[in-house]
Design a protein around this ligand. Structure first.
Ligand code: ATP
Ligand code: MG
Length: 236
């Protein structure tokens, strides 16, 4: 049975827009009346999660509401800006799947939706034994893929879909994200149709390149609505 209260937001790479999508999806779902929280299992590059701080800009969360909420949302924060397995090793920390699982289960008990922002992409190592996708498989989490829309996206996205499908992970949707202001429109729109054709995964929309959070919120609304429709269908 796939989990029903949480979803992992992975990406085709680091820096493709997982944080911005997670943040705006969270606030969109909250506007539809759902009690939403975000989580980042392993944050690297800072002592306190920058990504959670960014989610909180549009999703006001009162840490005092629940004991240990900060730790539950980000069980591992590691200053070394590297892949989780390497950052953990360099700080002498062991990333434990059971600790991540417990934190997720606790959040699921208190919120309608837990949006988990992944670290890097699907095949990034969490520790010596597990890749990010292995953790998703262990937890039976459905996954949303943020595809950075640029030259190369077809290969990166289809590889990501295959890696997840090969672990019997349900890919709930694809969101394309324009991470640069300029690009060859022919290539970028072809990326979407070719990936849609070969992946058999619902495309929820494309986030345009935006200049600020207000614009992002407005431009994200149709994507949020597409996600919400699927969510409702599955939670009737
Ligand atoms: N659609 C967009 N329009 C404008 N800027 C964007 C867009 N998407 C992402 N960016 C910018 O690109 C940068 C990387 O995005 P973001 O931090 O969301 O990526 P990420 O996948 O979460 O990265 P990480 O793997 O480090 O968590 C950020 O500065 C973000 O503001
Ligand atoms: Mg991020």
């Amino acid at each position: 049975m796939t989990r029903t209260r949480s979803i992992l937001i992975t990406g085709t790479d680091t820096g493709v827009g997982k944080t911005i999508i997670c943040r705006h999806l969270a606030v969109y779902l909250q506007s539809r009346g759902l009690n939403v929280i975000t989580q980042k299992w392993v944050q690297t590059g800072c002592a306190e999660s920058d990504d959670i701080r960014e989610h909180n800009l549009t999703l006001p969360v009162f840490e005092a509401q629940m004991p240990n909420l900060k730790e539950l949302r980000c069980p591992y924060s590691l200053p070394y800006a590297a892949s989780p397995h390497l950052a953990a090793k360099s700080h002498g920390v062991e990333i434990k799947a059971a600790r991540i699982e417990e934190a997720l289960i606790t959040l699921e008990r208190h919120f309608d939706v837990v949006l988990v922002e992944g670290s890097g992409g699907a095949l990034v190592p969490l520790n010596e034994e597990m890749l990010m996708a292995d953790m998703a498989a262990r937890l039976k989490m459905p996954v949303l893929i943020v595809a950075g829309n640029r030259l190369g996206a077809i290969n990166h996205t289809l590889l990501t879909v295959e890696a997840l499908a090969g672990r019997s992970i349900r890919v709930g949707g694809l969101i394309f994200n324009r991470i640069a202001n300029l690009g060859d429109e022919t290539i970028l729109s072809d990326n979407i149709s070719v990936i849609s054709q070969f992946s058999n995964v619902p495309v929820l929309g494309e986030m345009p390149f935006v200049t600020g959070p207000e614009e992002a919120q407005v431009r994200f609304a149709p994507i949020g609505a597409a996600f919400y429709r699927l969510w409702r269908e599955e939670h009737q």
